[in-house]
Design a protein around this ligand. Structure first.
Ligand code: 5GP
Ligand code: ZN
Length: 112
């Protein structure tokens, strides 16, 4: 846990954030500034700064599995959904704790 990392504080439960779902290695919670009707963040419980640092296949599967689960539970299969991670400032990463955006609930525009 990195003390000044907001997603470490959320994932540890310190901030009493309501989790949409969780498993052994990952938690899911609503984005504070949703870019789509459903916009959930899936983050590892351990601090990993971005995708380039992800080297544990168990954690990788847990993250993707949780993204898949919350998309199904939120009913995103009908409209379709998008899973995105920004790696590095140049890609728009602003929180340097790995997270996958799960977005859906309306027709989504082009990727970039
Ligand atoms: P990035 O730009 O790093 O890919 O995405 C960071 C995301 O985290 C943004 O969509 C932003 O709205 C969200 N975010 C930043 N701080 C918080 C927070 O304290 N709580 C929640 N729930 N989301 C946050
Ligand atoms: Zn962190």
């Amino acid at each position: 846990m990195t003390e000044e990392c907001i997603f470490c504080r959320i994932a540890s439960g310190e901030l009493n954030t309501e989790f949409v779902a969780q498993n052994e290695h990952a938690v899911a919670f609503d984005d504070i500034a949703p870019a789509a009707p459903t916009h959930i963040l899936v983050v590892p419980k351990q601090h990993i700064s971005s995708l380039r640092e992800l080297d544990d296949p168990i954690v990788a599967a847990s993250l993707l599995g949780l993204a898949q689960q919350v998309a199904a539970e939120r009913g995103l299969h009908d409209c379709g959904y998008r899973v995105v991670t920004n790696d590095g400032e140049g890609a728009g990463q602003t929180v340097f704790h790995l997270h996958f955006h799960v977005m859906g609930g309306r027709r989504l525009g082009p990727m970039a």
